[in-house]
Design a protein around this ligand. Structure first.
Ligand code: RP5
Length: 169
């Protein structure tokens, strides 16, 4: 198989599958099954507020294509805010933010393998490069992430998602 044929087989990744599912208002991602317990307060908080949500396990490092697919299709499915929780080298919030214009709230999580109790994940989520912002709540702050998502959803909007040149320039 030629290199070109090989590349055609590899890409594009199957975004159409995601388009078929109508999304909830909030998409919650975690990097591993082992994060589930710590993110559950976010699900509970959103459920109590009657805000539709979905929880998916998608690792930035182990399943980067899945993260790209989710991020690329979330807004089209109707998702309005993404909460992403991960531990250790917590790339997930930033990785999904790279594929979407939706606001992303990162939740640094403590994992059994954390350095400094979770400081590794805090720094990984907070230290985003200019131009790709990710909000960051406290360590294991899943409930706060859900409350922040609810506040974002409560805003009326009106500002453009992308910067536009000022009139007359
Ligand atoms: C991160 O690595 C996950 O978010 C999790 O917190 C940590 C450890 O993952 P497992 O080895 O438990 O799957 O990507």
């Amino acid at each position: 198989m030629s290199r070109a044929e090989q590349r055609l087989q590899e890409a594009p990744f199957p975004v159409l599958e995601e388009f078929e599912d109508a999304g909830p208002l909030v998409g919650i991602l975690i990097g591993s099954e082992s994060d589930r317990e710590l993110i559950e307060p976010a699900v509970d908080e959103l459920d109590e507020r009657g805000i539709s949500n979905e929880l998916r396990v998608l690792s930035a490092h182990r399943d980067p294509r899945g993260v790209a697919e989710y991020g690329s299709t979330a807004a089209l499915r109707g998702v309005r805010v993404i909460i992403a929780g991960a531990g250790m080298s917590a790339a997930l919030p930033g990785a999904v933010a790279a594929y979407t214009e939706l606001p992303v709230i990162g939740v640094p999580l403590t994992s059994s393998k954390s350095a400094a109790g979770g400081l590794d994940a805090i720094l990984a989520i907070v230290q985003m490069p200019p131009g790709v912002p990710v909000a960051c709540v406290s360590l294991n702050g899943a409930r706060n992430a859900a409350i922040l998502a609810a506040k974002i959803l409560a805003q009326g909007g009106g500002y453009p998602a992308s910067a536009r040149p000022a009139a007359g320039t």
